[in-house]
Write a protein that binds this ligand. Structure first.
Ligand code: NAD
Length: 247
């Protein structure tokens, strides 16, 4: 039986950890070749050794346009590249706790430079390499549409991501390029671990499904949006959150 992503080329920013790493593993298992980018070389090397064959690491900071250009130059000049990026996952992101009255200019810039500017220029720079049939998937968060204490700046940055997808869906009319969003709820990754055990337990009790999600459960949703199974979906936003956003 043919695998669902057989022969596809995927680029995953933040593919060296958490959700991005789980996506990379799943895509390779489904037959794709993946380019993963991240800031830290050590973490990238470790990720590639875990993912195995058909994974290529590129060190690139998404808050720097030069680094993003470098990422796509590497993709374009690689032997695996056959003229088109089939799947682009703008997933790299950062958290940040910013209770009202305590937001610094630096923390605001850090969150928006990575979560908004990073997503904008990942897609802008990839555009010449996308084509009919390409699937673009952006990582937002349930913090985009749910009031969570201390999450105003992060939530605003992720709301911007959802808005970008809506406008890009319109901009790409007639081009056959789909743009969808995944909005994870609490998923067990290094980023989520930063909230600490006490907060994790409090959040767990709020979730209708009664537990924190696994990165692989998020990756399943990306695999669906990347594949032809979702061929008539564009501009959609899928929440993978155990029902948390419904409360
Ligand atoms: P993680 O910390 O494991 O992964 C974050 C990834 O982003 C890492 O690979 C990191 O290298 C990369 N990254 C961060 N800053 C970067 C930069 N400047 N340039 C390039 N890469 C950079 O966390 P995760 O939970 O897997 O996060 C992945 C995405 O999911 C993020 O966009 C995050 O906001 C979103 N998200 C996560 C959760 C959750 O509960 N885990 C919930 C909602 C949304």
């Amino acid at each position: 039986m043919t695998k669902s992503l057989q022969g596809k080329i995927a680029v995953i920013t933040g593919g060296n950890s958490g959700i991005g790493l789980a996506i990379a593993k799943r895509f390779v298992a489904d037959g794709a070749t993946v380019f993963i980018s991240g800031r830290r070389k050590e973490q990238l090397d470790k990720a590639v050794s875990e993912i195995g064959a058909n994974s290529i690491a590129v060190q690139a900071d998404v808050s720097k346009i030069e680094d993003i250009k470098h990422l796509f130059e590497v993709v374009k000049s690689s032997k695996a590249f056959k003229g088109k990026i089939d799947i682009l996952i703008a997933n790299a992101g950062t958290g940040g706790f910013s209770p009202l009255g305590e937001t610094s200019e630096q923390s605001y810039e850090n969150v928006f430079d990575i979560n908004v500017k990073g997503v904008i220029f990942t897609v802008e720079e990839a555009l010449p390499l996308l084509g009919n049939g390409s699937s673009v998937i952006l990582t937002s968060s349930i913090a985009a549409f749910k009031g969570l204490q201390g999450s105003a700046i992060y939530g605003a940055s992720k709301a911007a991501v959802r808005s970008l997808a809506r406008s890009w869906t319109a901009d790409l009319k007639g081009k056959g390029i789909r743009v969808n969003v995944v909005s994870p709820g609490p998923i067990d990754t290094p980023m989520f671990a930063q909230v600490g055990e006490e907060t994790t337990e409090m959040i767990r009790q709020m979730i209708p499904l009664g537990r924190i999600g696994e990165p692989e459960e998020a990756a399943n949703v990306y695999a669906f949006l990347a594949s032809d199974e979702s061929s008539f979906l564009t501009g959609a936003d899928i929440q993978v959150d155990g029902g948390l956003a419904q409360l």
